[in-house]
Design a protein around this ligand. Structure first.
Ligand SMILES: [Cu+2]
Length: 193
């Protein structure tokens, strides 16, 4: 009984210290105040959650992905695209991959993302190239936990203000969502006069 109560208390504490006390970032938010950016992609049975948080190692952002409703043992690619998803949800409008350093344009058909040299060989938005494709297990699920990356909030390798797109094996766009960002506390608290 006591054990059950204790585990309830622990579970409640985790919820409180989790996403429930986060505040949506605005265009005025300093990127260094952002503690989480996420994108939740839904399309029919398909569901994927991307969570970007500052890496404990301080090397860029860590990325956690969970996805379900995938065709089993099928590889999907996923990227950060250079434009936001419009209000009508049309993934085609998100443009091409985020590539601020024009890596793909420079490499042309020789483009090959080498995850160990991501800064010089990968489009910044080539998540599948940097972290491996999204390949579902026998239950149609996929998880990824990448502890660090070249991605950052703000600066040259910024990912804020863009979107995540998942492609079917034939490259058509399965689902997309904007990357929303949050701070741990209100950035501009409303003052009552
Ligand atoms: Cu893409």
């Amino acid at each position: 009984m006591l054990k059950n109560i204790l585990s309830l208390i622990i579970a409640a504490t985790v919820v409180v210290s989790g996403t429930s006390n986060l505040t949506p970032a605005t265009s005025d938010t300093n990127p260094s105040d952002i503690v989480l950016a996420n994108a939740n992609l839904v399309s029919g049975e398909f569901n994927a959650a991307f969570e970007f948080t500052p890496a404990e190692s301080k090397n860029g952002l860590q990325l956690a992905v969970t996805a379900s409703g995938l065709d089993m043992e099928t590889a999907y690619s996923y990227h950060i695209h250079a434009k936001l998803v419009p209000a009508d949800g049309n993934c085609t409008e998100t443009g091409g991959h985020l590539d601020p350093f024009k890596i793909k344009e420079t490499a042309g058909t020789a483009y090959k993302c080498d995850k160990d040299n991501a800064q010089t060989t990968c489009e910044l938005g080539d998540l599948a190239g940097m972290f491996g494709s999204m390949t579902a297990d026998a239950d149609g699920k996929f998880t990824l936990n990448a502890p660090e990356s070249i991605l950052t909030f703000g600066g040259d390798n910024n990912i804020l203000g863009y979107s995540v797109v998942i492609h079917r094996p034939d490259s058509t766009r399965l689902a997309c969502a904007n990357i929303d960002s949050f701070t741990a506390a209100p950035v501009n608290p409303v003052k009552k006069c």
